[in-house]
Write a protein that binds this ligand. Sequence first.
Ligand code: ZN
Length: 464
Amino acid sequence: LPTLLPDLVWQDGAFVAGPGIAYDPVSGRIAAVVAAEAALSAPDLVRLPGRAVMPGFVNAHSHAFQRLLRGRTQRRPADAEGADFWTWRDAMYRIALGLSPDQLETVTHACYVEMLVAGYTSVGEFHYLHNDPAGRPYDDRLELAWRVVRAAGRAGIRVRLLHAAYATGGIDAPLRPEQRRFATPDLETYLLDAVQLIEGTASMAHASVGLAPHSVRAVPRAWFHPIHELAYGCDLPFHVHASEQPAEVAAAVAAWGRRPIEMLVDEGVVDALFTAVHATHVTRREIAALGTPGPVICACPTTERDLGDGMLPASELVAAGAFLALGSDSQAVIAPLEEARLLEYHERLRRLRRVVLGRARGDAFEAAPLLLDAATTGGARALRLPAGTLEAGALADFVAIDLEHPALAGCAPDTLAACLVFSAPPDVVSDVWVGGVQRVVDRRHPDGRAARQALAAVARAIPG
Ligand SMILES: [Zn+2]
């Protein structure tokens, strides 16, 4: 078996010297973490001097096509009162309306190549673009979902396709014309499509499915429970955008006298399969509900700051027992370490304190292990993948960190995690393996140049 022997390996929340990682390229799993002496006698030894190896980052929430929005939403008419989430959403709708299946695949592939180079080895793609530009279903209703799966396969990233239901343009409101490509006609069709996706990906090593009622704004209340039943029956992740914006909370309270998370608790869907995406505007009671049964909160801090969403009460959620994951969401930047650092930095700004999130280690309280966990094991939990750790049986998804990068000069093994989280740029990731296959070699993906050119061609062709 191939056995990697770097200088340092991430084990139990710390970088340690010594062990090698033996993996099986056929199963795509880690076979064993072995002592350095045993690694040295492995017939297929791969020495990685000047490198540390850690689990690949898990991107628990992505809308790949929104990569096209980069640079296009950072201005507003001079006479307008101010831009916000809702004006950004209008720009996103304009982009979504223009994409052909080929263009969607091109953008998604380029986005996934960029993710791999940044060190993401798996992605939860919250996929809500279903119909043709006129709002009619494609001959194969799942045409665009299969394009996403194919783009992931071409790039070499692991994808959990989170199949979104989208049926209303606000609570109990009809869809708006510009939402026609997202439309799910009815619950039965949604469930049949989901089953078809589950069956169609069953034999794929790189792709699997999760269920995702888009939000309490976009899905009738009566759908949540039956969709969750299917997720429960098949042991699939169940993701919902919740409480990203105060207006959504106000609409829920007006409609049901319940805030979005409270409504989801009432519907019986907040459990260990459940991931709340954002959960920015939550009360103490909602935080308690999100803590006890073991759901995941997926924060998307680089997007939340870009959209002016607000700051996650992360420390209260952690104290209540919730698990945190991270997502690149709108692709404003694709930088897993930056997502991790913002979790803590937003807490510092919100609470006027330092080292707020973290974990006790000896007589110290350290921020970095919890933040790196959010970027690895937390995402793996949200996507229900055996990833995020370097141990026998886990997926052979890992990244090499370049210890000779200028930003890491002077870091010691015991400060490396903190240097990475708080001070490292994205290009400290030098090499990336997914399922034991090396996809990025010395910061280069074989499709990199072609993917960038193809993305540029789509960007030129899509107005907005
Ligand atoms: Zn989202």
